[in-house]
Design a protein around this ligand. Structure first.
Ligand SMILES: Nc1ncnc2c1ncn2[C@@H]1O[C@H](COP(=O)(O)OP(=O)(O)OP(=O)(O)O)[C@@H](O)[C@H]1O
Length: 278
């Protein structure tokens, strides 16, 4: 079943065509990542899908409805984590989460959500006393408190330390395993690689590539680079058959110094894709 269907989406601001004809299809249960440089049009696209921004042209269906006209019931089926943090309040973390739970017909248990988001120890802390990363976790907690079918995350782990990022990834994997469809924007290629079933790269308001992270831009078919060091210094060859190359190199039986085999990373592919479009 399809969660999101977009055809020919366009949106201009007074000085810029922010979204210049985007087609997207995201299936239920998928984790889908939108990648792209600053100003590429990711947030604008996501805001249109959330019903927070009007489009100029194109058709959009999110959970079977047009976000431009859908009502409160539809909205309660979404979870949204925006780039900007929740307002700092006098309330505690627990009180804030309980308060938001009251907005939804099928909320998760606040205690469960605090556990999932690593906020248990901060349950009684005032929101305004939280660190930046803890505030972000609270944003995520408020995004999932309503048991959303579709969760939008706009740069969710900006400001997280490495351990918090890994914890967050585990949370997303858990939500995805429970069937939540997840659309996330991120600047972290390792995040997209770890989490996303599919990614789309947006540059200048257009999708320039789309696919599984391992296949994007023909990645799985790109040649490997074999590197080693010999008496003449560092050597490197690009090859589709690295095993054969290493076999030939090691015929003498000696150990090859500094031997590595690498394939292009998602970051290499991404930089190739957006480099040409900047
Ligand atoms: N409210 C607005 N009014 C005018 N221009 C805007 C507005 N919002 C965004 N833009 C412009 O539209 C373009 C796309 O912005 P958008 O926020 O969608 O990009 P993005 O891909 O999310 O970028 P980032 O990675 O920096 O968050 C940018 O050039 C931005 O300056």
């Amino acid at each position: 079943m399809t969660a999101v269907q977009v055809r020919g989406l366009r949106k201009a601001y007074p000085k810029i065509q922010a979204v210049a004809g985007i087609d997207l299809q995201i299936e239920r249960g998928e984790v889908f990542a939108l990648l792209g440089p600053n100003g590429a049009g990711k947030t604008t696209t996501v805001e249109i899908l959330e019903g927070h921004r009007k489009r100029d042209a194109g058709t959009v269906s999110v959970l079977g409805q047009d976000p431009g006209t859908a009502g409160r019931e539809w909205r309660a089926r979404l979870g949204i984590v925006l780039q900007t943090a929740t307002d700092a309040a006098e309330l505690s973390v627990r009180e804030t989460i309980r308060h938001f739970a009251g907005y939804y017909p099928r909320p998760r248990q606040p205690e469960e959500v605090m556990e999932l988001c690593g906020l248990k120890e901060k349950a009684n802390a005032r929101v305004k006393s939280l660190s930046g990363g803890q505030r972000r976790r609270l944003d995520v907690a408020l995004g999932i408190i309503g048991t959303p079918e579709l969760l939008f995350l706009d740069e969710p782990t900006t400001g997280f330390d490495p351990e918090a990022r890994r914890q967050f990834w585990r949370l997303i994997q858990k939500l995805a395993a429970d069937g939540t469809t997840i659309v996330l924007t991120t600047h972290y290629l390792d995040e997209a690689e770890s989490l996303a079933d599919r990614v789309a790269v947006i540059a200048k308001g257009e999708i320039v590539a789309e696919g599984a992270p391992g296949e994007l831009g023909g990645r799985s078919k790109r040649e490997a680079t074999v590197r080693w060091v010999d008496q003449n210094g560092e050597q490197a060859v690009q090859t589709a058959t690295p095993t054969k190359v290493i076999g030939e190199l090691s015929r003498g039986g000696g150990e090859l110094a500094g031997l590595t085999v690498t394939r292009p990373t998602l970051e290499d592919i991404y930089l190739d894709l957006v480099g040409g479009a900047r």
